[in-house]
Write a protein that binds this ligand. Structure first.
Ligand SMILES: Cc1cc2nc3c(=O)[nH]c(=O)nc-3n(C[C@H](O)[C@H](O)[C@H](O)COP(=O)(O)OP(=O)(O)OC[C@H]3O[C@@H](n4cnc5c(N)ncnc54)[C@H](O)[C@@H]3O)c2cc1C
Length: 412
């Protein structure tokens, strides 16, 4: 090695650029001024916070432009940076605003440019009348096991029309959305490789909401069953088109690699985003607990002066920062098309989700009784955090995905 006093030139940097910093500040202001003050009310009401979604639409935080700006960022970091700020504000309202992007991600991930142009604007509606989108995969007998979907899509060649029948459950914005992206089985014998995604537009006969769930957390976000009874969908609403699906299923029948699978490909891209949501909740709880620990006096000194408390805060901070780094790495890899050889997207979601649960629980402990009551938001943050280890693949499912990726074996 040659010793040198000159600093090496490098392109590696974790500094956000000027545009990213401006967007981060802008979303943070909205989270602080609009989302946080409304969070308790909408959590108690357990309803979709339409006025807040409309506010977000008015300033351009809800709509295709915001999505384009964040997803076009060449580093991939802008989306997780903005999501973290929004969920720092509140996870229930954050989910009500961002739930649409699950449906949009399915359209972007599987659709043709024409389908994107037709459907993405409809997912968001207009500033005056915002709309929502939903992504419907889960079913009563198919949660972690996506290959077990029973919802069937049958093609009528003469009419170039699909008929979809089935029942979906746990669907964010289910029944309330104008646009539902529904994953259905076309050839059940092929498992996930025989599945396809269909866009179902507003007021389509046969699609209706079932029961709405009363939840533990993210209560401002609507979650419901969706029933599909003889829903008729024109051929052009099969995402990616019939030819591509036929070719993929033919490859699967011959035992060849099929590449993209409808539901799984959407989850690949959305998991780092869920990691960013979890980082936002964890950071909110950590900041609150840090401040409280400096102010709360017991035994004639602030409680932070006890190592038991300050070391807990140190651990919380380390967990949050390491989670964010994993989220940023996965987002960067996704944007720059680095293959996720070790399931880095799943790694980020796993670590951040479990961090959010642990850190919010630690924050309750630091606040003592004040952490256990609704006078402070920490109790709500702990309830909200738990979903981060359940939806978009449970922690166990993430471990399976990672174990398979690192071992090359079909771990079950
Ligand atoms: C609030 C909320 C919003 C949601 N939003 C949506 C949405 O918009 N769209 C959508 O399609 N779905 C959505 N979901 C569904 C969510 O993705 C599922 O709940 C999740 O995938 C788990 O499925 P399940 O609930 O059926 O649990 P199960 O699959 O029944 O799992 C139960 C337990 O068994 C474990 N387990 C299962 N299989 C294995 C295994 N092989 N090895 C080890 N452990 C295993 C799981 O990890 C879990 O701990 C949402 C759920 C909730 C609660």
């Amino acid at each position: 090695m040659v010793a040198t006093t000159e600093l090496p030139t490098t392109v590696f940097s974790l500094d956000l650029n000027e545009e990213q910093i401006q967007m981060q500040k802008w979303v943070h202001e909205f989270a602080e001024d609009v989302i946080r003050p409304a969070a308790h009310e909408w959590d108690e009401r357990e309803e979709t916070p339409w006025p807040i979604i409309q506010e977000a639409a008015k300033i351009g935080l809800y709509g295709p432009q915001f999505l384009a700006a964040t997803t076009n960022d060449s580093t991939g970091l802008l989306l997780p940076v903005c999501i973290e700020e929004m969920f720092w504000g509140d996870a229930g309202i954050g989910m009500a605003i961002l739930g649409t992007s699950l449906g949009v991600a399915a359209i972007v991930g599987n659709g043709t440019p024409e389908q994107m142009g037709e459907w993405i604007p409809q997912c968001f509606g207009t500033v005056e009348k915002p709309a929502l989108a939903a992504f419907a995969v889960s079913e009563p007998d198919a949660g972690s096991d996506v290959s077990a979907l029973k919802t069937r899509a049958v093609y009528d060649e003469a009419k170039d029309e699909w008929t979809i029948n089935g029942q979906k459950t746990w669907i964010s914005n289910g029944g309330l959305a104008d646009v539902h992206v529904v994953v259905a089985s076309v050839d059940p014998a092929l498992g996930t490789r025989g599945q396809a995604s269909f866009v179902i537009g507003p007021n389509t006969p046969g699609l209706r909401q079932g029961a709405k769930f009363k939840k533990h957390g993210i209560r401002a976000s609507h979650t419901a069953e969706v029933f599909l009874d003889d829903v008729k969908v024109p051929g052009r609403q099969l995402l990616g088109g019939k030819q591509k699906l036929d070719e993929r299923m033919a490859r699967a029948r011959e035992g060849r690699s099929t590449g993209v699978q409808a539901a799984l490909s959407t989850f690949e891209t959305t998991r780092p985003a869920v990691g960013a949501m979890a980082v936002g909740i964890a950071r909110a709880a950590y900041e609150y607990a840090l401040q409280y620990a400096k102010e709360r006096v017991q035994f004639n000194k602030p409680i932070i002066m006890n190592q038991a408390v300050s070391f807990t805060l140190a651990d919380m901070k380390v967990d949050i920062d390491s989670s964010r780094l994993l989220v940023w790495r996965a987002a960067w890899m996704g944007r720059t098309r680095h293959p996720f050889t070790s399931a880095e997207g799943s790694m980020s979601k796993l670590k951040a989700g479990e961090t959010a649960v642990r850190v919010t629980e630690q924050a309750i402990q630091i606040l003592g009784g004040m952490g256990y009551v609704r006078e402070t938001p920490v109790e709500r943050w702990a309830r909200d955090a738990k979903i981060m280890t359940i939806f978009e693949g449970t922690s166990e499912v993430q471990r399976i995905v990672i174990a398979r990726a690192i071992s090359g074996l079909h771990i079950t």
